[in-house]
Design a protein around this ligand. Sequence first.
Ligand SMILES: Nc1nc2c(c(=O)[nH]1)N[C@H]1C(S)=C(S)[C@@H](COP(=O)(O)O)O[C@H]1N2
Ligand SMILES: [Mo]
Length: 197
Amino acid sequence: MAVFTRGFGGRRPDSERPVPPGQYLTDDFPVLSIGPTPNVDTSTWQLTIRTEEGAEHRWDWAALQALPAEDVTVDIHCVTRWSKQDTHWRGVPVDAFFADVETAAEYVVAHSFGGYTTNLPLDDLLDGRAWVVTEYEGEPLEPLHGGPVRLLVPHLYLWKSAKWLRALTLHLDDEPGFWEQNGYHLYGDPWSEQRYG
Ligand SMILES: Nc1nc2c(c(=O)[nH]1)N[C@H]1C(S)=C(S)[C@@H](COP(=O)(O)O)O[C@H]1N2
Ligand SMILES: [Mo]
């Protein structure tokens, strides 16, 4: 029986899967943070969704654990040109959080502990394309990589995957987040190299 070991080097050298233009593959997991790693405790952590009307929906750690989590294997792409294939995460599809949210808004700003923000169309968070993740490669997500809870939106450049997630706010207009205000693209599709706005 052939055993395919992951996690020791990770990358399949013979991978036929393309990477987005201008990206190279790495087996490392670089850390990119604009500030210090905030100390986020699961005993006080909460995720808030606030609608454009001001209605708030909240989940604490226990409520998060009660939602159906799934294992996901995805490729991730940082605008600084590294990509990583076959990364394994465990998390709850963002759809689950929006099940009871009534909104006419089409845009979201993700807010992190520490003040980071990033904007996305709501549709890009739904239909099983984005997750609220708590595990990476079978372990609790490390603080450096956004633990205990980060957003994972693998089809967009990784700056959209807010670490230390604390809130998603809904907006009628697309409101640029931190990097988007500093010249990065409003949307950030790696396959069409939407690096800068
Ligand atoms: N809160 C927060 N989230 C963030 C960032 C950040 O600085 N703060 N950096 C973004 C960028 S630019 C990238 S490439 C990824 C990096 O995630 P990593 O440090 O786990 O590799 O996180 C994104 N999410
Ligand atoms: Mo990045």
